[in-house]
Design a protein around this ligand. Sequence first.
Ligand SMILES: Cc1cc2nc3c(=O)[nH]c(=O)nc-3n(C[C@H](O)[C@H](O)[C@H](O)COP(=O)(O)OP(=O)(O)OC[C@H]3O[C@@H](n4cnc5c(N)ncnc54)[C@H](O)[C@@H]3O)c2cc1C
Length: 453
Amino acid sequence: MNNSSVCSVNRDVSASNNINSVASAWNVAVVGGGIGGLVVAYWLAKAGARVTVYEASDQTGGLGTFFQYRSVYLERFYHCMLPSDQHLLRVLDELGLINEVYWKETSFGFMQNGKLYGLNTPFELLKFGPLSLVDRIRVGLTGLWGRICSPNGLDNVTCVEWLSRLSGRRAFETFWKPMLQAKFGDRYHKVPALWFWTRFNREKGGKRECKGYIHGGYRRIIETLVKAIEQHGGTVRLKAPVEKLDLVENGQLAVFETHEKYQLYDRVVVTAPISFLHKSIANTQLAKAATLIDGEIDMQGVINAVFMLRRGFTKHYWVAAIDEEILFQGIVESTTLLDKTDTAGAHMIYVMNYVHRTDSLFLQKDEEILQTYTDGLKRLFPDFKDEDVIDRFVFRAPYVEPLYTTGYLQRKPPTILLSGKLYLATTAQVYPEVTSWNGTIGLARKIVDEMLS
Ligand SMILES: Cc1cc2nc3c(=O)[nH]c(=O)nc-3n(C[C@H](O)[C@H](O)[C@H](O)COP(=O)(O)OP(=O)(O)OC[C@H]3O[C@@H](n4cnc5c(N)ncnc54)[C@H](O)[C@@H]3O)c2cc1C
């Protein structure tokens, strides 16, 4: 066990999962084989239900899915866990994987005009050149206030209003705004302060920043879950996109893979991105019967490039890169956390750009993206050379998290769409929790409890 390392983690993972077997007569379909779908399927199968997971792609894991690099499997999109991820840690305990998680102290850097600043201690903040001394103090006080203030009402105030009030307009423009823009592009001004509050408290809640990873990568969690589902009699089907959901024959629920081919189920849990729900039940009997969501919820996408390198460039896990000349907003230097055995001996960085799926950048060719990002890295780190790169890859995800607007708590889709039949557990419902494996598993817990109660 490697939990020894730098951070000590209080793992309250022993709470019982309180699963009973009222589900033993049910035939359940789960749409989507990301972490949400797999955990729902696992708990329902464990409770005795006959479960079938429909996954559209050729891999389970959704946004946490992986690719092979030499002898190891790496996440397409950077993933790590935090000591406060109690829902996730509990599942890892249940699966017998908890002792495979290792923890390290990590740090955050802010890069502007070619200069890298560590921003992890009050002392580092006091030395932070891009802000005046008064603004540095105000940003520090904003951080302190963010940790102790109540989140009540923050869903109805924008980050722009809240952070500008606390830190001042200048500090907002220089410091907070670029980071909000990095995540939400030109929709940053609509994001509620509650989003910032929960994120800030998740990342900076402890005394020191500490992150965790699992030996063998997230693939290990995904594959262990799939095996556990199968051991409890469930089925996980790949390349099985669901096209439509409807009510047929005496009000029974039907899952359509094509126009004609369907299977009947007692209950269906949708965990695919929310846009699937709108498409799949449009003009059906189900649309008339179910509680529907008011209006569509738009989602942000992301382009991630993975660079396998001969050497590292910073000591920080996450570096916000603020520079109008470069087309990405941040770097995750994974090997500040991951053991080299998990990256086949190479240094690994992720370069990310959060953009909408309709943005021309999202549609660029892989080679163009890789070249632009390599040029950007050379601009940030003048000693970065082509020879430093062993390999590079590009991955895109069109649906990462909602483009939140104020009052989102009121608009958040319900978990029960048709009592006793149709349930919804998607990333659009995790808010105000941070969109993460932990948040998704917390939502899965809620849905399964509702179904079994
Ligand atoms: C760049 C990036 C970095 C991240 N970093 C972290 C991190 O460090 N830590 C962390 O905990 N989380 C992180 N996350 C968030 C985390 O990955 C997600 O919150 C989580 O994976 C969401 O899981 P999900 O099952 O709800 O949805 P998804 O992972 O989106 O899974 C939905 C599944 O539904 C399938 N599907 C879609 N349509 C259909 C259909 N018609 N029929 C059948 N199946 C369908 C999809 O193929 C997919 O597999 C990150 C995400 C990204 C993109």
